[in-house]
Every structure is written in structure tokens, then in C-alpha cells.
Design a protein around this ligand. Structure first.
Ligand SMILES: Nc1ncnc2c1ncn2[C@@H]1O[C@H](COP(=O)(O)OP(=O)(O)O)[C@@H](O)[C@H]1O
Ligand SMILES: [Mg+2]
Length: 240
């Protein structure tokens, strides 16, 4: 009996990832100033992993905002500099801003990903707007539901926002595709339904339940998962 292993593969054949790619393709095609997009949705649906996967494959900058930057935009600008490969460290805002602009103009319209900007005061968002206005680089903001509220009052920015992509709950087909890719298991319909329902569309929960299910199957030397095993896997997650 072959042991079932869960590997940390990235699965791009799920709906949210496909929508993400479509949005990025469209964003790249729309030439001109001030290109912005936002990706929102509850925790656990794969926003960060998807953006990091895209950024890694396309050589894009990815900055996760830190709350220690809330008192000054310098830390944020320095992080952008680092991500954009600026060698010199600038200790004042103006030169740091100019260095970011310079680097953006050199990177041929590749998108820049910024996560959790809603944790910072609006000034930081204004800064992103200026950078996107003045350079040709598209910016993609990634956050949870509060990001949408954070963007709305800035009407000018909101109007230009190219697109808002909502990361939806995973559906049953996504669940099956993910389980197949991560573990090689082809889930029977009832098991897929149960895993999908109990995870409420959250990737993180499905991953944890799948690991438990694989452990149970390995302990029992079972070739195929049953509904009973899936129930036990879910119960273990709830306890853990
Ligand atoms: N397309 C995917 N393929 C495989 N694993 C994924 C995928 N998307 C997300 N995950 C995994 O699901 C979990 C939650 O993803 P994450 O990107 O942190 O969600 P969010 O940023 O929406 O809170 C992480 O463990 C991540 O590795
Ligand atoms: Mg995240």
C-alpha cells in the first residue's frame, strides 16, 4: 500500500486563481497612467499565496505592509526600494520616493503587489496613488474586506481602480482539484461534498482536513477515503 503524502503544491486550476490571472492579463494590456486593481476576500481563500506565486513567476515586487510603518511613509518607501532592487538605502522620504519612481520606470510595466495597506493610514494609500499616477507601473492592492472600505472614500482613486476582484469561497470542484494535485487522491463525491462544506470555502481548513485524512488512511492502510474517515479527519481538526 503506497503511503499518501500531502505536498505543498500551488494549484492554479482553481477558480480564484484563474480569475486572478484574467484580471492581471487585462491590467497589463491597459496601457496608460494610474492603473490600479484590488483583490479582496476573507482570510484563508488564497489571496496571499496567489499573489506571491504570480509575483515570483513574473519578477514582480511584493510588499506586505507592517503596522510599524504607520507613523511615517519612509519605512514603506524603503521596503518598496528593497523589493524593486534599489541598492542605495535612503533615509529621507523625498529621495526614497524618487528612487522608487526611478525603479518603477525601469521595470517595464510589471505590476507591484501591496498587501494589507488598510492597516496603515490613508496617507500611504495616497502615496500609492501618486506612484501609480506618475509611473507606468500597475499596482495591485491585496486585503480583506476592510480594504474596500478603505479605498472608497478616495473617490478619484476608486474611479480609476481598474478592477476589484473578490476571492470567492472554494467550490466542490476546486476542492477536488486541490486534493488531487496535493495528494493524488480522487475524492468520491460524498467525501468531496463533506470536506467542502465543512471548510466553508477556506483553503487553509481544507488543507488541514486533507492532512488528517491522509494520516488516517495511512494508519488504516486504506486505498480510498470513505465518508467515515473524512468525518474523523474533520473532527480531529476541530479538536486540534
Ligand atoms: N492555489 C493554491 N494552491 C495550493 N494551496 C493554496 C492555494 N491558495 C492558497 N493555498 C494555501 O491555503 C492557505 C491560505 O492561503 P492564503 O494565501 O494565506 O490565504 P489569504 O491570503 O486569502 O488569507 C495557505 O496555507 C496557502 O498555502
Ligand atoms: Mg493573506
Amino acid at each position: 500500500m503506497k503511503e499518501i503524502r500531502v505536498s505543498p503544491v500551488f494549484v492554479n486550476k482553481v477558480r480564484n486563481v484563474r480569475n486572478f490571472q484574467v484580471m492581471l492579463d487585462a491590467l497589463m494590456l491597459s496601457a496608460g497612467e494610474g492603473r490600479l486593481a484590488a483583490v479582496v476576500g476573507p482570510a484563508g481563500r488564497g489571496k496571499t499565496r496567489t499573489a506571491q506565486w504570480y509575483a515570483a513567476n513574473n519578477g514582480c515586487a511584493f510588499v506586505r505592509c507592517l503596522s510599524i510603518w504607520r507613523h511615517s511613509e519612509l519605512g514603506f518607501l524603503q521596503a518598496l526600494c528593497r523589493e524593486l532592487g534599489v541598492k542605495e538605502v535612503h533615509h529621507r522620504k523625498n529621495p526614497a520616493f524618487l528612487a522608487v519612481m526611478d525603479a518603477l520606470n525601469k521595470q517595464e510595466g510589471r505590476p507591484v503587489f501591496i498587501e494589507e495597506i488598510e492597516k496603515l493610514p490613508r496617507l500611504h494609500l495616497e502615496l500609492v496613488r501618486d506612484l501609480s499616477d506618475l509611473s507606468s507601473a500597475p499596482f495591485v492592492l491585496i486585503g480583506e474586506e476592510e480594504l474596500e472600505g478603505h479605498l472608497k472614500p478616495i473617490r478619484r482613486m476608486w474611479n480609476r481602480c481598474f478592477q476589484l476582484l473578490q476571492f470567492e469561497a472554494l467550490d466542490v470542484a476546486d476542492t477536488m482539484v486541490f486534493v488531487q494535485a496535493a495528494s493524488g487522491l480522487n475524492l468520491p463525491g460524498d467525501v468531496a461534498d463533506l470536506l467542502h462544506q465543512s471548510a466553508a470555502g477556506c483553503f487553509r481548513v481544507i488543507k488541514r482536513d486533507l492532512q488528517n485524512l491522509a494520516n488516517i488512511m495511512n494508519a488504516k492502510r486504506a486505498a480510498a477515503p470513505t465518508l467515515e474517515m473524512a468525518k474523523l479527519a474533520i473532527k480531529q481538526s476541530l479538536r486540534g
